[in-house]
Design a binder for this molecule. Sequence first.
Ligand SMILES: *[C@@H]1O[C@H](CO)[C@@H](O)[C@H](O)[C@H]1NC(C)=O
Ligand SMILES: *[C@@H]1O[C@H](CO)[C@@H](O)[C@H](O)[C@H]1NC(C)=O
Ligand SMILES: *[C@@H]1O[C@H](CO)[C@@H](O)[C@H](O)[C@H]1NC(C)=O
Ligand SMILES: *[C@@H]1O[C@H](CO)[C@@H](O)[C@H](O)[C@H]1NC(C)=O
Length: 423
Amino acid sequence: MATSTSFSYCSSLFLSILIISGFVFAEMVNSMGINYGQIANNLPSPDDVVPLVKSIGISKIKLYDADPKVLKAFANTGVQFIVGLGNEYLTKVQDPAQAQNWVKSNVQAHLPATNITCIFVGNEVLTFNDTSLSNNLLPAMQSVHAALVSLNLDKQVTVTTAHSLSILETSFPPSAGAFRQDLTGCITPILNFHSKTGSPFLINAYPYFAYKSNPKQVPLDYVLFQPNSGSLDSGTSLHYDNMLFAQIDAVYSALAALGFKKLPVHISETGWPSKGDEDEAGATPENAKKYNGNLIKLICQKKGTPLRPGSDLNIYVFALFNENMKPGPTSERNFGLFKPDGSPAYSIGLSVSNSSFGNGNSSSNSGSGSGGLVNPITPSAPGTSSSGYLAISSAAVTERCHVIGLIPMLVVLLLRAVSAQAF
Ligand SMILES: *[C@@H]1O[C@H](CO)[C@@H](O)[C@H](O)[C@H]1NC(C)=O
Ligand SMILES: *[C@@H]1O[C@H](CO)[C@@H](O)[C@H](O)[C@H]1NC(C)=O
Ligand SMILES: *[C@@H]1O[C@H](CO)[C@@H](O)[C@H](O)[C@H]1NC(C)=O
Ligand SMILES: *[C@@H]1O[C@H](CO)[C@@H](O)[C@H](O)[C@H]1NC(C)=O
């Protein structure tokens, strides 16, 4: 273990090199969130993840726990957090004293320096089909909420849970979206809880899984946000040219059918793996780059879905890193935008034109200020960028999203330097 002194020394070294090299942080206007999963034994320390996250303009992070190392590292960064309370605590946390202890040490302790805005209690609980677990979900959420109330934190921190899309019985056409009938008895009181406390409904939605289970029938372009003829929802006459939006609108329809038309829906996970087993169709770097690159452009456009035009998509991409210790098929370990060394798992499909960094000219820009460093960027044809940048832009798409880029080589070198220092 490293001492905190070496961590902070290394982080500031890391940061200053990024800055000296002409790197300019993205303006935090992007509403893209990311899932920071840590089921791995080779990830960089959270202190070193801060500049990486900031460099790609991410303003919201979802954690699966409330890792104090991460929450401390991101203090005073302006990044918002959703923290998780695992399924294994659903029983325990129903005890008001335990709930209060949990909130005190995992949430209150980090406020206000780290902006924790939401606690998600349980992950995909209802689709385990374990009734005793499901029956514990709402009481656990209520107990955590009561603890927040007693600590006077309920106005700034909301309580929710994250569902798998398979809580839907019908998802197509989107206007026919409906929850599994056997779950509505359990879901309705949870929706009442959301309405009463003002918390969002979280859904994990993966067009990838639909494609993987039926690659012959599901058009790849439709799931990858590529140009395609799409499909018409005969119930609404709305046109869908991508599966994710159809899935989101199916959720809105399912909520409306139970009388919850106004609940905000957040997409707590979506993503595409860059690698999979032989029988996992579509899990390639090219497809991952199309899915996530096109998704980021859509997030930047802020146009909402056909059924909810103009609504904030509130999407959390899964995931920040490849996670080498996740069980299951190979794809499970390869959803990351980044490899553990901080280099992009694949180029995201947008490249920086006229960039002054990453091309051997970076150091010549030291001290020259930010002028000219954040350059207009244009989408490149897929595969034409050989730079290996992860560069996500919006300039080409809208004025609001700004240049987001990073220098993978630099990041790799620095992470190496940091580990050499720290261990
Ligand atoms: C935390 O995030 C919320 C939601 O965006 C924002 O309204 C609030 O001002 C932030 N708080 C701090 C202390 O930055
Ligand atoms: C849960 O039950 C549903 C509906 O009966 C079924 O379709 C689904 O496959 C089950 N899931 C698991 C993980 O057993
Ligand atoms: C970008 O570079 C190209 C070729 O070097 C040049 O023609 C173009 O004017 C530059 N664009 C900007 C905005 O600087
Ligand atoms: C580096 O910058 C100089 C001067 O600005 C320019 O002439 C040269 O072409 C650049 N080199 C690369 C590799 O872009």
